[in-house]
Design a protein around this ligand. Structure first.
Ligand code: ADP
Ligand code: ASP
Ligand code: MG
Length: 599
C-alpha cells in the first residue's frame, strides 16, 4: 500500500463534470490499495475572477484582504470534490490549509511554509478516508491565525510540501497537459513531452515562466527527495518524472526556510575574451560563436551588453588552456564582423588571461531581492572589483581578477555561511542529459540599462542594494565589458531585467544614485528567450546553434546572459514567440503529435 498525494489544477476541476471525472480517478487509486491525499486548486479561472473583483473596488487592495478573498476559491473546490467522492461511495473529508496545520510566515500573498502538522490527515487516512486539502493557503501561526496564501500557482507547493511532511511515496501533479513539455504548448503546439527532467533544470524552466510547476514546489521536492511526477488529468499516460538527487537528511521544521544560497562555486582558471564595438545587427553572435564551436572550443559565460550607438560588446570566458585557441579564432573572425574589414575600430579583440569566476547558487534566491546585492556588497567590502556579471534566476556569477579569486571565495563563504561546493547543477546529470531539455519565453519583463556607472568596487552593490531595499526582484543582470573613461573616471554599463510592473518603481528608486551614473534607459518591449539543459556543459556549439537560429530569422539580440545550464537572449518583444519557435525547431525539440490544451 502506497501513500500518494495527488494535486489537481484549476482546469482539471474547472466544472462539475470535471470534478466528477477526477473523483472517479481518485476512487480508482484507492481501490488499487492506496491511501490518497488530494490537493486542489480553485475551479478554472476563479482566482483571476476574484482578483478582478478586488480591482473593481480598489487598485491597491490590502494584501491581508486579498488572501482572505483568494483563499475562498480553493475552499469551494474541496467541498465539491468531497461531495463528488461521497456520491460515488468513497468516504472523504475536506480540510482547509489551517485545518491541516499548514503553518506559514505572516507574509500575506507570498507566504512560505514553515511546517505542516500531519496528525489530523493521518487520522482520517487511517479511517480509510480520502483527505481533500485546499491548496495555495495556510495559516500564519498558532496565535493570530491569519489566513495566508503562498503566491500564484502555489497549490503545487502545497502538494509537494504535504508529500514531504507525510513522507508520501509519490506526489502526482495532475494538469491540463500530458506532463512537462519542451516548451509552452500554447505558444508552440508541436512541443514534445519529456519523460524526465532534473530538478535543477526544472527550477530554471519554472522560474523562467514555465507555468506547469511552481518553482518552490520543485525546490521542496529536491530538498526532501520527493518522488514527483507531472501527468494529465485526462489520461493514464505516465507523464514526466522530475528527478531529485538523493537529499541530505533535513528537518521538516522551517520547511521552506532554506538558505537563500546553498552553494558557493569557484573556477579559478579562466581566461576572458572580449570583442569591443561589434556592429549591432542580427547574426553577429551566431558567426562568432559558430566559428568558436567549429574549432571545438567550449565557452563558459557569455555576456553581450546593451548596445551603445550602433555597436555591442560581446565577452566570454573559456578555460585557460584553450584561451590561445579561442583568441586565434576571435582574431580571425573579427574582420568578418566589421562593417568594412579594414575598420579596426570595430570588433577589437581584448584578452585577459588571469580571471576567476565566483558564483553563488540557490533556488531560495528567487523572489528574495537582496541576495545578488549582498554578494556584490561582500565583494565591494573586500575591495574586489567585479569585471563581469551574469545571472540566471538561481545563480549569480561574477568574474574577478584571478589574484582576488581566493579572497572572493572566502568572504562569500563567510557572508553566506557556507563551504565551497563542487559544481552541483552541472555535475548531477551532465553525462546523460541532452544539451537542451526545454526552452521558454518571458514577455513580462523590462530591461533597464544604466550607462556609464563609475567602475569601482561597490557600484553594483549600491544599485542592487537600492532595488532590494525597495523590494524589487531583479532577474538577469549583466555588466558590460567595455570600460569608458569619462572625465578621467573609468565607467561601465550595467543592465538588468525586472518584471514590467516594477520597472517604473525601479527607476524611481535608482534616482537616488544618479550622482554615480550618467543615464538610465528603460525598454519595456523585450522578450527573454532561454534554453535550459544540464547536458550543455562541456558541449561546444550549443550557444552558436541558439544564436544562429535567431540570426536566420533576422532577430537582433539585445542582451545575452548565461549560467552553466542556461543561455538567455533578450530580443525585441514582438519577435519573442517567433524566436521561441525558431529555437525549439533548431534543437529538434518538436514531437510528432501536437499538444492540445483545454480551455
Ligand atoms: P494547473 O491549473 O493544472 O496548475 P497551470 O496553468 O498552472 O495548470 O500550468 C499548466 C500550463 O502550463 C499548461 O496548460 C501550459 O500552457 C503551461 N506551460 C508553460 N510551459 C510549459 C511546459 N514547458 N510544459 C508544460 N506546460 C507548460
Ligand atoms: N488558485 C491559485 C492560482 O490560481 C493557486 C493555484 O492554482 O495553484 O494561482
Ligand atoms: Mg499551476
Amino acid at each position: 500500500m502506497a501513500l500518494i498525494v495527488q494535486k489537481y489544477g484549476g482546469t482539471s476541476v474547472g466544472s462539475v463534470e470535471r470534478i466528477q471525472t477526477v473523483a472517479q480517478r481518485i476512487r480508482k487509486t484507492v481501490q488499487q490499495g492506496n491511501k490518497v491525499v488530494v490537493v486542489v486548486s480553485a475551479m478554472g479561472k476563479t482566482t483571476d475572477t476574484l482578483v478582478g473583483l478586488a480591482q473593481e473596488i480598489t487598485p491597491n487592495p490590502s494584501r491581508r484582504e486579498m488572501d482572505m478573498l483568494l483563499s475562498t476559491g480553493e475552499q469551494v473546490t474541496i467541498a465539491l470534490m468531497t461531495m463528488a467522492l461521497q456520491e460515488i461511495g468513497q468516504t472523504a473529508t475536506s480540510l482547509t490549509g489551517a485545518q491541516v496545520g499548514i503553518v506559514t510566515e505572516a507574509e500575506h500573498s507570498r507566504a512560505r511554509i514553515l511546517s505542516i502538522k500531519p496528525d489530523r490527515i493521518k487520522h482520517h487516512l487511517d479511517q480509510g478516508e480520502v483527505v481533500v486539502v485546499a491548496g495555495f493557503q495556510g495559516i500564519s501561526s498558532r496565535e493570530n491565525l491569519e489566513i495566508t496564501t503562498l503566491g500564484r500557482g502555489g497549490s503545487d507547493t502545497s502538494a509537494v510540501a504535504l508529500a514531504a511532511s507525510l513522507k508520501a511515496n509519490f506526489c502526482e501533479i495532475y494538469t491540463d497537459v500530458p506532463g512537462i513539455l519542451t516548451t509552452d504548448p500554447r505558444l508552440v503546439p508541436s512541443a514534445r513531452l519529456m519523460e524526465e527532467i532534473t530538478c535543477d533544470e526544472m527550477l530554471e524552466l519554472a522560474s523562467l515562466g514555465a507555468k506547469v510547476l511552481h518553482p518552490r514546489a520543485v525546490e521542496i521536492a529536491r530538498n526532501y527527495g520527493v518522488s514527483l511526477v507531472v501527468r494529465s488529468s485526462w489520461s493514464d499516460a505516465p507523464g514526466t518524472h522530475v528527478i531529485s538527487p538523493i537529499p541530505k537528511p533535513r528537518s521538516l521544521e522551517g520547511l521552506e526556510l532554506t538558505k537563500a544560497v546553498d552553494g558557493v562555486e569557484f573556477d579559478g582558471e579562466q581566461g576572458k575574451i572580449a570583442l569591443l564595438r561589434v556592429p549591432d545587427r542580427p547574426g553577429i553572435a551566431a558567426r562568432l560563436f559558430g566559428e568558436i564551436a567549429h574549432q571545438q572550443v567550449d565557452v563558459d559565460l557569455i555576456i553581450q551588453s546593451i548596445h551603445d550607438g550602433n555597436s555591442n560588446d560581446i565577452a566570454f570566458t573559456v578555460v585557460k588552456n584553450v584561451l590561445n585557441k579561442a583568441e586565434a579564432v576571435a582574431e580571425a573572425i573579427a574582420p568578418v564582423l566589421r562593417s568594412t574589414p579594414s575598420n579596426s575600430t570595430e570588433a577589437e579583440v581584448m584578452v585577459e588571461t588571469g580571471v576567476a569566476k565566483v558564483s553563488i547558487a540557490g533556488a531560495g534566491m528567487i523572489g528574495r531581492p537582496g541576495i545578488a546585492a549582498k554578494m556584490f556588497k561582500t565583494l565591494a567590502a573586500a575591495k574586489i572589483n567585479i569585471e563581469m556579471i551574469s545571472t540566471s534566476e538561481v545563480k549569480v556569477s561574477c568574474v574577478v581578477a584571478q589574484k582576488d579569486g581566493d579572497r572572493a571565495i572566502s568572504v562569500l563563504c563567510e557572508a553566506f555561511d557556507l563551504q565551497l561546493s563542487s559544481n552541483t547543477a552541472a555535475s548531477q546529470t551532465a553525462a546523460t542529459a541532452p544539451p537542451v531539455r526545454g526552452v521558454a519565453v518571458d514577455t513580462k519583463q523590462a530591461q533597464i540599462a544604466i550607462r556609464h556607472v563609475k567602475d569601482k568596487p561597490g557600484m553594483a552593490a549600491g544599485i542592487f542594494g537600492v532595488l532590494a531595499d525597495n523590494n524589487i526582484s531583479v532577474d538577469t543582470i549583466i555588466q558590460s565589458q567595455r570600460c569608458r573613461i569619462l572625465a578621467g573616471t573609468p565607467t561601465r554599463d550595467i543592465a538588468f531585467t525586472v518584471a514590467q510592473e516594477n520597472a517604473q518603481a525601479a527607476c524611481e528608486a535608482l534616482k537616488s544614485l544618479s550622482e554615480s551614473f550618467e543615464e538610465m534607459i528603460v525598454d519595456e518591449d523585450i522578450a527573454k528567450v532561454s534554453i535550459v539543459g544540464a547536458g550543455m556543459v562541456g558541449q561546444p556549439g550549443v550557444a552558436a546553434k541558439f544564436f544562429t537560429a535567431l540570426a536566420k530569422e533576422k532577430i537582433n539580440i539585445k542582451m545575452i546572459a548565461t549560467s552553466e545550464i542556461k543561455i538567455s537572449c533578450v530580443v525585441p518583444q514582438e519577435e519573442g514567440v517567433k524566436a521561441l519557435k525558431a529555437v525549439h525547431d533548431a534543437f529538434e525539440l518538436a514531437g510528432i503529435e501536437t499538444v492540445e490544451v483545454p480551455a
